[in-house]
Ligand binder design. Structure first.
Ligand code: HEM
Length: 424
């Protein structure tokens, strides 16, 4: 299997021969919606509409509604569903803030949802501003919207996803709850720990299901075999609505994410990016080799630095199934990283910094924007969604709510306008 080493970063001190090799990041470390806006001013420029519509992100009109724009810079694959004998072709990839959006259609669907969220908020904000009442109209609307979308992503990550992944008590112990106001700490290093990206957060690979949930053209549940979907934006171009509905339905059926454990689907251990009539790659081998490439310390050393006991046997129960959430070493590394990404981020949405703070009223509006709300607002074909979109529907603890109602109650973008300073 071909393996390419990560690009090494310049040493901080070229005269220090003992300095360890580090790797370069491609995207920002912060949870700042860089997957929507890119990680540099140039990327943002490329993703934005030009001229009079510069407050919007570029999008492609289609029968499925607004989709991500295409780029000819990268070539993706077209291959009819489930067929290994059919001709493999080429089609342009999607362009988004993170190039990995093309990796599999569910990811591209989520990228599309956030593109639509930006444009929906920006359009409403633009319509609410009196012509001539603000300077740099496009920049004001674009950046004010970006600030709201960034806060929504943080609210979902810290308010909904982390309590599931780490458990509410760990979230509370680390001060990661979004319910209270917080303070920026300039002493905290917000860069990504290689132990986080190269090892711990790859726990997500054990959740990957064999089939991606979707809805058929007749409205019944169906699913797409994952091995045939890699690098295929065509699937989203023709079936965005089916996939978006599948995301919501996934938690209402048996097509849920798999457990947090050491078993990984063959779709990615044998068939990752599988070309026609050839063998695919093995994601777990990539992970192990990437760990060596980046010099990840031995498991027991990391346990020790997290204050956990060293283990002496492969039969130790901590190596078994984690069940439904991260524990022990995984919880330690993910918790530490999320702590740094909150308190080391000057712009974190709950921070009480004078020049960036959301008002109490704005904050309480943002708290209401959950993943379920985003789904309803961005996908008109969804009628209802469970309150907590990450969890299974349950009539008493996690009931379905009507999207019509959710859309009516969605925050008023006009309340979030902040005058931009920069010329555009
Ligand atoms: C079908 C779904 C997925 C596929 C096909 C996939 C595939 C990949 C691939 C090919 C890599 C690069 C491996 C390397 O060369 O080192 C990677 C990295 C990674 N994946 Fe996934 N992945 C999936 C889902 C997930 C999920 C659900 C999570 C977490 C919740 C996740 C977390 C990560 C992380 C943290 C990295 C390292 C990124 C970095 O170092 O910048 N992945 N994945």
């Amino acid at each position: 299997m071909e393996f390419v080493r990560s690009i090494p970063a310049e040493p901080l001190d070229p005269n220090d021969p003992t300095e360890q090799r580090q790797q370069l990041n491609v995207i920002t470390s912060f949870i700042d919606a860089s997957n929507v806006y890119g990680s540099s001013a140039e990327e943002e420029e490329e993703l934005r509409e030009a001229n009079g519509l510069g407050f919007l992100l570029k999008f492609e009109r289609s029968r499925q509604g607004a989709l991500l724009p295409s780029t000819e810079r990268e070539i993706c694959i077209t291959r009819p569903r489930g067929s290994s004998s059919a001709q493999a072709g080429e089609s342009p990839c999607f362009l988004a803030g993170d190039e990995r959006c093309n990796e599999q259609p569910q990811l591209a669907t989520i990228h599309t949802i956030f593109l639509r969220l930006h444009n929906k908020i920006a359009q409403k904000m633009a319509a609410a501003i009196e012509p001539g009442s603000v300077e740099n109209f496009n920049e004001t609307v674009f950046q004010s919207t970006r600030r709201v979308v960034g806060a929504i992503v943080q609210n979902i990550m810290y308010g909904e996803w982390l309590p599931i992944a780490l458990g509410q008590s760990t979230v509370d112990e680390l001060g990661l709850s979004v319910e209270e106001r917080s303070q920026y700490d300039p002493q905290i290093d917000p860069s990504i720990l290689t132990e986080f990206s190269t090892a711990a957060y790859r726990f997500g690979h054990s959740l990957i299901p064999r089939r991606l949930p979707a809805v058929s053209s007749r409205g019944s549940r169906t699913s797409l075999r994952l091995r045939y979907q890699f690098l295929r934006p065509e699937v989203v171009r023709s079936r965005f609505n089916d996939l978006a509905l599948g995301l919501v339905l996934a938690n209402r059926s048996q097509d849920q994410a798999q457990a947090v454990d050491s078993s990984v689907s063959r779709e990615v251990t044998r068939h990752l990016f599988e070309p026609r009539r050839r063998r695919g790659f093995d994601l777990v081998s990539f992970n192990i080799q990437r760990g060596r490439d980046h010099g990840i310390p031995p498991y027991n050393d990391l346990r020790q630095s997290c204050g956990l006991r060293r283990i002496t046997s492969f039969d130790d129960p901590v190596l078994g199934n984690n069940g439904d959430r991260l524990r022990e070493l995984y919880a330690c590394i993910v918790g530490e990283q999320m702590y740094r990404l909150k308190f080391g981020d000057r712009f974190f949405f709950t921070h009480d910094e004078d020049d960036i703070r959301f008002t109490d009223v704005q904050l309480s509006e943002l708290h209401k924007v959950t993943a379920a709300v985003v789904m309803c607002v961005a996908v008109p074909s969804i009628d209802s969604v469970q309150q907590d979109a990450f969890l299974e529907v349950d009539p008493s603890s996690n009931p379905l709510v009507s999207c019509e109602q959710v859309r009516k109650e969605f925050l008023n973008p006009a309340d979030f306008v902040v005058e931009a300073e920069a010329e555009r």
